[in-house]
Design a protein around this ligand. Structure first.
Ligand code: AHR
Length: 503
């Protein structure tokens, strides 16, 4: 049996858990909006056309914040197409996903959905084909209280009160040549700074997210952030990070270690931002918004062309996730939580149908993919402070990342309840690992309140419409607690969550 160990200490705190870590993403892409969150005529649609089965699953998932309306989509989007009488709204080409946007859903409808789902909106403006003026216009429509042309238009459209959106993304992935309106770092830095300055004149306490790199393999990774922050350091609060992982050519070992890359990504951008801050003699710290992350079989998408015909809501990147994918998603959440001092917002991309934890059939059911489970458990259990851990773990060799730890973990401690929660991944493909967790610093009166694991003899098992509960969380057996010494037996290729509470 392999062995690993860690000692937890309530005084060793990284930062409080940010509720914004449990964000998601709704893009006008494929079937995320149409037949995803919105399907008038569906037997379970409410009076506004929203699927109540999807709303219930979004709440169960524990999503706290949703980025909207894109994504690559936003870089060609005219927000004003999506307001006013639905019958008058134009149908447009969406060049990003080669589909037809009907504009039946716009900001007024999405704000209604967000209220029902009880989530904060993170709103992205178009800095691909548009600029400062249009960003100001959409801000006026969304957040200006009353008495101006666009705020009165919102009121006339039925929203008397401003939406009060605080978190704004200054464009999307403008470092990527695939992006409509792709820019050089210099061009983007100047535009982001000008847009941020204008938005702040309208509403000084907005929280602004500048686009960082769309992956760590971009040729401009690091230099993009550095140039952009030279222009915008004092004007923005966050730099965004985007990362998608997949298993390449059956290399499961590297895939299971994807969080090593996420750690590297975060550490590199924190170092880059802090270096710019030092050059500018600024005391301010820029935080990271990891506002697109997930498992995505991107290489399959890249090898299959987008639909030839211009369709409304085509099936695009509807990846079906297996057990290994869910274990990786759980481990990426471990990485995000570990960095809670600097990653204070994050969005799993996306929420429904498009590389998503929730799937739907038009006119049919909605169900949970495997990746739903680690997200939902983490969002429900991670409370209070994130603890700093020094894990002693065996390592294994990976093709992509060199040596990776077999066991990775993060823990939270809620001073209000005394609960301690350990989230742990076992990346070994053959063996269970005995993980010794020293909790003596919390006293000796802790008991095991709940212990769950996601694992399966068949790591390729998936949930489908016809077998939606094939993969779920299972009770983790073999949790021993003696005084303050816990021993967890973590199955091979598994993600687990164990909550200890005061007796
Ligand atoms: O989430 C899918 C796409 O991935 C988004 O539209 C884009 O921002 C990223 O490349």
């Amino acid at each position: 049996m392999l062995r690993a160990r860690v000692a937890l200490n309530p005084a060793s705190v990284v930062a409080p858990v940010s509720r914004r870590t449990f964000g998601s993403f709704v893009e006008h892409m494929g079937r995320c909006v149409y037949t995803g969150i919105y399907e008038p005529g569906h037997p379970l649609a409410d009076e506004d056309g929203f699927r109540t089965d999807v709303l219930a699953l979004a709440r169960e998932l524990g999503v706290t914040m949703v980025r909207y309306p894109g994504g690559n989509f936003v870089s060609g989007y005219r927000w004003e197409d999506g307001i006013g009488p639905v019958a008058d709204r134009p149908r447009r080409r969406d060049l990003a996903w080669r589909s037809i946007e009907t504009n039946e859903v716009g900001i007024d409808e999405f704000a209604k959905w967000a209220e029902k789902a009880d989530v904060e909106i993170m709103y992205a403006v178009n800095l691909g084909t548009r600029g400062v003026q249009e960003a100001l216009d959409v801000h006026e429509y969304i957040n200006h209280p009353e008495g101006t042309h666009l705020s009165e238009l919102r009121r006339a459209n039925g929203a008397e009160k401003p939406y009060g959106i605080k978190l704004w993304c200054l464009g999307n992935e403008l470092d990527g040549p695939w992006q409509t309106g792709h820019k050089t770092p210099e061009e983007y830095g100047l535009l982001a700074a000008a847009t941020a300055r204008a938005l702040r004149s309208a509403e000084p306490d907005l929280e602004l997210v500048a686009c960082g790199s769309s992956s760590s393999i971009m040729p401009t990774f690091g230099s993009w952030e550095s140039t952009l922050l030279e222009h915008a350091y004092d004007l923005v609060d966050y730099v965004s990070c985007h990362a998608y992982y997949e298993e390449h050519d059956g290399d499961l070992g590297s895939f299971l270690a994807s969080a090593v890359d996420m750690d590297h990504f975060v550490n590199s951008i924190v170092a880059t931002a802090d270096a710019v801050g030092a050059r500018l003699k600024s005391k301010k710290k820029i935080n990271l918004s990891f506002d697109e992350w997930n498992v995505w079989y991107l290489s399959r998408f890249q090898s299959a062309p987008l639909p030839k015909e211009w369709e409304v809501a085509p099936r695009v990147i509807e990846d079906q996730y297996n057990v290994a994918d869910a274990v990786v998603v759980g481990s990426l959440l471990i990485s995000l939580l570990r960095h809670s001092d600097r990653v204070t917002a994050a969005c799993q991309a996306q929420l429904v149908n498009v590389i998503a934890p929730i799937m739907t059939e038009p006119g049919g059911p909605a169900w949970r993919q495997t990746i739903f489970h680690p997200f939902a458990r983490t969002a429900a259990l991670a409370k209070g402070d994130v603890l700093r851990l020094e894990i002693q773990s065996p390592v294994y060799a990976t093709e992509k990342y060199g040596e990776a730890p077999v066991i990775d973990a993060v823990a939270t401690h809620d001073p209000a309840t005394g609960d301690v929660v350990v989230f742990a991944v076992n990346r070994d493909q053959e063996r269970a690992v005995e993980f010794a967790v020293d909790l003596t610093a919390f006293g000796t009166d802790l008991t095991v309140a709940e212990a769950w694991t996601l694992t399966d003899d068949d790591v390729r098992a998936v949930n489908t419409k016809d077998d939606p509960e094939r993969v779920t969380m299972q009770p983790l057996t073999g949790v021993a607690l003696d005084g303050g010494a816990a021993t967890l037996t973590l199955p091979r290729i598994s993600w687990s969550a164990i909550r200890f509470t005061r007796a």
